[in-house]
Ligand binder design. Structure first.
Ligand code: FMN
Length: 327
């Protein structure tokens, strides 16, 4: 049974990827993921805020920056390099110990640092880079055009500046999801990861303060991703990696039928342990055998909205089946 696939131009033994999370900040975990049959690992993101925090802690910039005069820039750059160098050492260790692709991940807020970090991640030896573009339209002053322009600027700059494959990880807050994803796929990137699950904010009514709600997904969270993968997989010019709510091998099969090139698991690793990857691979192979498929390409995208079909018709048909019982 051949479950190998090409993702972002890289050869993967399995379409099941360990997604970016705390577990992929540890090389021993990543070795266990490879042993369980992961096709690739995506490292925990480096967040620009982390580096800024390290700079502040190490330069005591909680005090005014003028204390440092001209030397501040120099010290800040040095601290940033030192902070990032620990991460790069992890990448080098992971590359030494793993044979599967190691995909870096960054999440920045300043235009300059998207570029700076991307170049450094390439130099550190990542096989590809996932841009965790959690750019959300929080501000009332922001229009959809502003947000979309930010995406384009970052992608265009990085595409010209690094040669390793790039995928972008997006959230679900687009007013024109289908059009946007298709346009992004035309910008020379190799993949889109759909979707990141943004941190849910809750309120502690005793402390009267904001707090995070549970950060793990639930199995029913899969359906939003499934819908958009099915709508877009035949209309985009790059790979789709499906993320959110993937727990079982049935989920993996569904995403592949919808047209995903790979799937990413995270919450399931936390809830069920790293060995769940082996179960997902076994379940996928067993389903393929039962159905008489020898390779993923024989069924990938079989249930996607076809290139010349209208997604609105396909989705409305499902709606009518349920609510009007007429199809
Ligand atoms: C504990 C934890 C840490 C995460 N850290 C990152 C991260 O650093 N970068 C990132 O792109 N996504 C991160 N994510 C999001 C996951 O990669 C994934 O997109 C999301 O959890 C949905 O997938 P799931 O349903 O399989 O959990 C994190 C998720 C969890 C639960």
């Amino acid at each position: 049974m051949d479950t190998s696939t090409k993702y972002l131009g890289l050869d993967l033994k399995s379409p099941i990827i360990a997604g970016s999370c705390g577990l992929t900040a540890d090389v021993d975990n990543m070795v266990a993921m490879e042993k369980a049959g992961a096709g690739a690992v995506i490292l925990k993101s480096v967040f620009e805020e982390q580096i800024i925090y390290d700079i502040k802690r190490n330069t005591h910039v909680f005090a005014p920056t003028d204390n440092y005069g001209d030397s501040y820039e120099y010290i800040a750059a040095h601290v940033a390099d030192d902070s990032l160098s620990k991460h790069f050492q992890m990448i080098r260790d992971a590359k030494k110990r793993l044979s599967i692709p190691v995909i870096g991940s960054i999440n920045c807020f300043s235009y300059e640092n998207w570029l700076t970090y991307a170049i450094k991640f390439q130099e550190a030896g990542c096989d590809a880079l996932e841009l965790n573009m959690a750019i959300l339209p929080y501000e009332t002053s922001l229009s959809a055009d502003d947000v979309e322009r930010t995406f384009s600027q970052i992608i265009n700059t990085l595409r010209k500046s690094i040669s390793i494959p790039i995928s972008i990880k997006v959230g679900t807050y687009f007013t024109d999801m289908a059009k946007q994803m298709q346009q992004l796929s035309w910008m020379g990137i190799q993949g889109v990861t759909m979707f990141n699950k943004s941190v849910q904010v809750d309120i502690d009514i005793e402390k009267e303060s904001l707090q995070n709600a549970s950060y793990l997904s639930n199995p029913e969270d899969i359906y939003n991703t499934l819908r958009w993968v099915a709508i877009l997989s035949k209309k985009m010019r790059c790979d789709i990696s499906a993320s959110t709510g993937i727990y079982t091998s049935d989920d993996v099969v569904k995403m592949l039928l919808a047209g995903a090139t790979t799937v990413q698991v995270v919450s399931s690793l936390y809830k069920n342990g790293i060995d769940v990857i082996a179960q997902l691979n076994q379940g996928l192979a067993a389903w393929m055998e039962k159905k008489g498929y020898n390779s993923l390409s024989q069924f990938r995208g079989k249930l996607a909205v076809q290139p010349n079909d209208k997604a609105s018709v396909a989705m409305r048909t499902q709606f009518m089946k349920y609510f009007a019982e007429i199809v």
